[in-house]
Write a new protein. Sequence first.
Length: 137
Amino acid sequence: MFSSISWQSYISTLTVLLVLYYCVVLYVYYRKDIAQLLTTGRVHYKSGKQNTVTDNTIAADNYGDEVKALIHQAGYSRLSKDELIFSLQQLFSTDRFESVQNPAFKETLNKIITYECQTNCSMHLDEEDLQRIWVGK
């Protein structure tokens, strides 16, 4: 049975099936965008507060990787709470964290710090401790 199918017919059939599959996937996930593109010629995305929150969350997650690494190392080195707060102050005083002025951005980073401290260092940081981290900012 398999010897009767040529490689050329196999590859062409596979290509047609893949194209159909991706057309269905695009239709299912981007149906509204495709309809808008066909009717107006452009796709308009809503901008506003939700995008700002999403952008802040993404940026905080990117910076959060450095924070997580620092807290993980602090847990491994068994630093005290004051030493950890000082280390975070030093990290946030660098040029990379210069743009951290938005309260929503700080709130997201505070949640990351609190969770990672509980997970990796077995210590609880209260609001006063979190405010001490941002003293220089």
